[in-house]
Design a protein around this ligand. Structure first.
Ligand SMILES: *Cc1c(COP(=O)(O)O)cnc(C)c1O
Length: 471
């Protein structure tokens, strides 16, 4: 655009006041804060100025009124955008069941309803209705957790990282904790066992080699300053080949011999055995307790399929210490977490019920025939919408569990692959991510992949339409 044309267009842009006086914008002021509306006008004007100065093609035919209309339209969209929730639902078509960036586990219907009810009414969160006395927010969870795991006592905090920290601080501060070198894991974010240990004020004593650690390695460093033997589940990686880890059973024998507590940080706690669905055999929480571990910690929103929470189960006198520790108040769970976790744990009172009701377990154990049906359904909808603008194929593939669980497990998956004709695959993926609803997908071999394992039945129509809109 020539300098003159640029100057002409810049002059035609309306002033903020002028936009504010426009009917549709003036109406916004009834529902939105004035500051937000003005901010939206300024942003719309600035955007338009940038377009003009950035060499956008000249709009010779546009008059003052047209520019005003344009800015009004942009302002309305900007206000709607800034007033809409920034945290919003995403359709997860990656096939990764536990995706920390996407909020990990989806709650069961029972948990969802429990949260809704408790969030919007007063509750007996810390009140014993029988006696009228002050109660414990942990009580309903504790009785469920002890009956499900066989542990003497239980406690729930905000997340598993906090649970590990609480255990270390209350049982080992200023003293030594022995861990195998093969278990000094980093979970992601900044959760690394050595760093959590440093935060807790406990001193980490590493033993063994990365690939092999024997009971003897622990025994050699035990001294009067030793507070705890810690076993960490290497949730998100596996060392294979020439390896040997000391088992929980061996640690328990050592612990007994030296009167030391044994802790197992399981990461993702399992309450049901999923090996009959072709998944690797993982130790269940109740088995680790039965093997004699004194404290077990695990997450609420990994494979358990509940809300974000850190669960500690184990011997009563250790749990009592944690209950009395001042840190507990800082990491205590909210009533919505209590409601969701109670409902989730109730599902586990009947294991078959849990498999059917908890979305995480449903997705993990979905038979391939069911996934194929879903993929064929989605592909059909897509083909009707995109016609010959993309090649849509149903294919077999693999999906990952994610969330630091079953690191080597590959689940057979059914996927819909899309090769678009008029847009690049990268652009398609980005547009889906930025769309409404937002869709997360994978790209592989130059094609977009929609893995239906993590797509809910009721999302299929929206998902197809989202793709149809972009292609
Ligand atoms: C995931 C994990 C944690 C942290 O749990 P969050 O619930 O994410 O806080 C700690 N330890 C292990 C072994 C884990 O896998």
């Amino acid at each position: 655009m020539s300098k003159r044309a640029e100057q002409r267009e810049l002059r035609l842009l309306p002033a903020v006041d002028e936009v504010l006086r426009e009917g549709r914008v003036a109406e916004l002021l009834a529902g939105y804060p004035r500051g937000m509306v003005i901010e939206a006008i300024r942003a719309s004007l600035a955007g338009e100025r940038r377009l003009i100065l950035g060499g956008a093609p000249s709009n010779k035919d546009l008059e003052q009124q047209d520019f005003l209309d344009l800015i009004v339209t942009k302002t309305l969209a900007a206000v709607e955008q800034s007033a809409s929730a920034k945290l919003r639902p995403v359709i997860n078509a990656t096939g990764v069941i536990l995706h920390t960036n996407l909020g990990r586990a989806l709650l069961s219907e029972r948990a969802r309803q429990a949260v809704g009810k408790i969030a919007s009414s007063y509750s007996n969160l810390e009140l014993e209705l029988d006696t009228g006395r002050r109660g414990s927010r942990y009580a309903p969870l504790e009785s469920l957790l002890t009956s499900l795991t066989g542990a003497e006592a239980a406690l729930v905090v905000n997340n598993n990282a906090a649970a590990v920290l609480l255990v270390l601080i209350s049982l080992a501060q200023g003293r030594e904790v022995i861990v195998s070198r093969g278990q000094l894991v980093e979970i992601g974010g900044s959760f690394r066992i050595p760093e959590v240990m440093a935060q807790s004020g406990a001193r980490l004593v590493e033993v063994g080699a990365t690939n092999r650690t024997y009971p003897d390695d622990y025994q050699k460093v035990i001294n009067e300053n030793t507070a705890l033997l810690l076993h960490v589940h290497t949730s998100n990686y596996q060392i294979i080949g020439f390896t040997r880890e000391t088992t929980i059973g061996e640690l328990v024998d050592l612990g007994r011999a030296f009167s030391l507590p044994v802790m197992s940080d399981l990461g993702s706690g399992f309450l049901v055995d999923l090996s009959r669905f072709g998944l690797p055999r993982e130790p269940l929480v109740q088995e680790i307790i039965a093997a004699g571990a004194d404290i077990v910690t695990f997450s609420g929103d990994k494979l358990l399929g509940g809300p974000q929470a850190g669960i500690v189960v184990g011997r009563k006198h250790y749990i009592e210490k944690m209950k009395k520790h001042p840190l507990l108040r800082a990491i205590r769970v909210d009533k919505m977490t209590v409601a969701a976790l109670e409902a989730t744990l109730q599902e586990y009172l009947d294991q078959d019920q849990a498999l059917q009701a908890l979305p995480v377990l449903q997705m993990l154990t979905a038979p391939i025939s069911l996934l194929e049906e879903k993929a064929v359904d989605l592909a059909g909808r897509l083909r009707r919408l995109v016609g010959d603008k993309a090649e849509v194929v149903v294919e077999q593939g693999v999906s990952a569990v994610g969330g630091g669980a079953f690191p080597t497990a590959e689940l057979p998956a059914m996927m819909v692959t899309i090769a678009p004709g008029q847009i690049s695959v990268g652009d398609l993926q980005a547009a889906l991510r930025q769309g409404e609803p937002a869709v997360m997908s994978r790209v592989q071999d130059g094609r977009l992949i929609l893995d239906v394992r993590t797509v809910r039945e009721h999302e299929l129509t929206e998902l197809a339409e989202a793709v149809g809109k972009v292609i």
